[in-house]
Write a new protein. Structure first.
Length: 198
């Protein structure tokens, strides 16, 4: 699997070819950076002079090339090869995650602000902000960290609030039950479903 640095390096090559006529110096001028910095970004990672593209620089490159935020962080080559578009935060799942997080925050007095959620989840406040505004996709690790702040699992953030195929219950209380009690609940659900499957 490619690292974020490899993905950014490949996308930088694409941008230089398509938007700057294949000339690194033109990109350097557009960014207001020294030309040797572009060369270091383009260099093979094994070279001593190679330099990774940091997050702030990636956003500047995207702005200079008129690309959307976080375009440089997406593996476009993989998307083209598999004939799949990159997942957009404005997809249905992104909207559901944003709406669920908003509801969780409103229901919890101590976690009503982005800053409070970010601090407890140990993620950047900008991550919470982008998730709520559906401006960018979010990593599974960050999704799990944010959900854990509300004593929930990551998958719960992706379930529509009124999904009739999902039983609504307190997952943390269920998790605390002894195995025998969990087995009773499962048995009862199985019984009710078997009675209604005819």
């Amino acid at each position: 699997m490619k690292s974020i640095h490899e993905i950014r390096r490949e996308n930088l090559r694409t941008i230089i070819q398509k938007d700057f006529d294949g000339r690194q110096i033109r990109m350097a001028e557009a960014l207001g950076f020294q030309p040797n910095l572009i060369s270091r970004w383009m260099a093979s990672p094994e070279m001593a002079s190679a330099k990774n593209i940091g997050g702030a620089s990636a956003r500047k490159i995207e702005a200079a090339a008129r690309r959307p935020a976080f375009w440089l962080d997406t593996d476009h080559a993989m998307a083209i090869a598999t004939d799949v578009e990159p997942v957009d935060a404005n997809t249905e799942i992104g909207i559901i995650a944003a709406n669920n997080l908003t509801a969780w925050m409103q229901a919890n007095k101590e976690l009503r602000t982005q800053a409070a959620v970010a601090e407890k989840a140990e993620v950047g406040q900008s991550t919470i902000n982008r998730l709520l505004k559906r401006e960018a996709s979010i990593s599974i690790n960050n999704l799990a960290a944010i959900a854990a702040v509300f004593n929930r699992r990551a998958y719960e953030m992706l379930i529509p609030p009124h999904d009739e195929s999902v039983i609504q219950y307190d997952h943390s209380r269920y998790a605390a039950l002894p195995a025998e009690e969990k087995a009773k609940i499962k048995s009862f659900i199985d019984f009710v479903m078997s009675q209604n499957s005819k």
